[in-house]
Design a protein around this ligand. Structure first.
Ligand code: F0G
Length: 461
């Protein structure tokens, strides 16, 4: 008998409730996709088998979180769940003040409106769609200062989320520190493939910015995943706890915007957390205009309770090993059959390289949009375009942005799918790959003004 050599990890939970899925035929999927204008955002969830559109709000809550819903204090003002959440944020993120918001973009809106003036520049490690839009709506211009390696899907740099200090410094020299209200640092970097930023880089950015009097705001949406990568990859952090690493990361920043729908294992929620009392005062005032009173910010008391509990669950190393381990599992499978995707394997998703996958399509034939559509047709798996459609148009010239990365994201919700779902996914990608030469591109036939990828419609060429 052959010996099993390897010791595997398994999920640190068992399943108590299941949600049944509808199985569809190729004909059903063809009809559904045509009705959705070849845009996976416009599919009905019911028509999807394995939903890898996003890890946002799609997590499975624990029994303890569900129980937390029952202790929701739905008072209009001063809900006890607000204070519970505040305590956990102070403990794990280390920021002093909390302004809850309905989700991440609510926090981005408030922060951008308070800090950005017309004509300002906001450097950041690659854009995120909603973050950049709020910066632009406030009159600012986003400047990408991520290292060049991040734009190369095959480059194996362990911290592809790092900021290029020279790019940042030359921007400061060119426009002056007064025109830079803050540096926008994401951990991990979603659009680069879920790639982490190193602690060393954060420290260096902090040192440069403090000399210049420039603030730093963290997009902490997947900062716990980033902390795990630091623990795994960065010298000196192997024996530190996830909690210590997260706190150190946050200590180099003035505050954060947060979409709790990712790291924090909930279905809705977000916040702005701050160390600066003056910004907090303004944010607390503004939140009542756009979100709700400053002790609920558009959330129910129970949502804040689920978030507070989610912080404690998500910071556990066992949880994170299984979460990132699942993404790695799929990545390793795809690697073994030579599917082109962004390397190293990211934290929340596999990003298929649509340019390499469908080299016969021009960028304006929307290779990533096309690939996402084909994957759905093949097996009912829903993924997301992260290429030229997501990049949108340049506000000044009106032309498309032409991003180097033309990707399809297979995003893994936390604690939702099994290893068998992962196998089926890898096999479906393989099937589309084998058939790639016969795949035709798309034409955009409807384009909304803002964040067009959500609602754009296409037809087959
Ligand atoms: N920042 C990052 C890094 C994100 O990934 C997201 C959302 C946001 C901010 C905005 O937060 O959705 O709560 O308003 N990302 C989702 C995704 C939508 O699918 O990647 P939100």
């Amino acid at each position: 008998m052959e010996k099993l050599k390897k010791r595997s990890w398994a999920e640190p939970f068992k399943i108590k409730t299941v949600e049944l899925l509808k199985m569809t035929s190729p004909e059903d999927r063809k009809k559904a996709l045509e009705e959705a204008g070849y845009n996976t955002f416009l599919l009905k969830s019911e028509d999807v088998y394995i939903d890898l559109l996003t890890d946002s709000g799609t997590n499975a809550m624990s029994d303890v979180q569900w129980a937390g819903l029952m202790v929701g204090d739905e008072a209009y003002a001063g809900s006890k769940n607000y204070y519970h959440l505040e305590e956990k944020i102070q403990k794990y993120y280390g920021y002093k003040y909390l302004v809850p918001t309905h989700q991440g973009r609510g926090a981005e809106h408030i922060l951008s409106q308070i800090l950005i003036k017309q004509g300002d520049y906001i450097p950041g490690n690659m854009y995120f769609t909603t973050t950049r839009l709020h910066q632009e709506l406030a009159g600012g211009k986003f400047m990408d200062v991520i290292i060049d390696e991040a734009h190369d899907p095959e480059n194996l740099h362990p911290f592809k989320g790092n900021i290029d200090l020279q790019k940042l410094e030359s921007l400061v020299n060119k426009v002056g520190a007064k025109k830079i209200p803050y540096v926008s640092v994401a951990a991990t970097v979603n659009m680069a493939g879920g790639q982490p930023i190193s602690m060393e880089n954060l420290r260096q950015v902090h040192s440069l910015c403090s000399k210049q009097g420039i603030k730093i705001f963290l997009d902490a949406t997947r900062a716990m995943e980033n902390a795990y990568f630091i623990k795994m990859r960065e010298q000196g952090y192997q024996n530190k706890s996830m909690a210590d690493i997260l706190r150190e990361m946050c200590s180099y920043t003035n505050g954060c915007t947060m979409s709790a729908k990712k790291d924090l294992l909930v279905n809705i929620g977000g916040f702005l957390a701050l160390n600066d009392y003056e910004i907090f005062e303004e944010a607390r005032n503004m939140v009542v205009v756009y979100e709700g009173l400053h002790t609920y910010g558009g959330l129910a008391g129970r949502d804040m309770e689920a978030m507070a509990i989610g912080i404690e669950e998500a910071i556990q190393e066992d949880h994170m090993r299984a979460r990132i381990g699942q993404v790695e599992y799929v990545g390793e499978k795809l690697k073994s059959i030579d599917i082109p995707f962004v390397q190293p394997i990211g934290g929340h998703a596999i990003f298929l390289d649509a340019k390499k996958f469908l080299p016969h399509l021009k960028q304006l034939e929307f290779p990533a949009q096309t690939l996402a559509a084909e994957l759905y047709l093949e097996s009912g798996i829903r993924s997301m375009e992260r290429g030229i459609v997501s990049a949108g148009r340049n506000k000044e010239t009106g032309d498309h942005y032409y991003p180097k990365l033309e990707l399809v994201r297979l995003t893994f919700p936390r604690r939702v799918y099994t290893q068998a779902h992962c196998d089926v996914t890898a096999e479906a990608v393989e099937a589309v790959y084998e058939n790639r030469n016969s795949i035709k591109g798309l034409e955009m036939i409807y384009e909304p003004k803002y964040l067009r990828f959500f609602q754009a419609r296409f037809k087959r060429l």
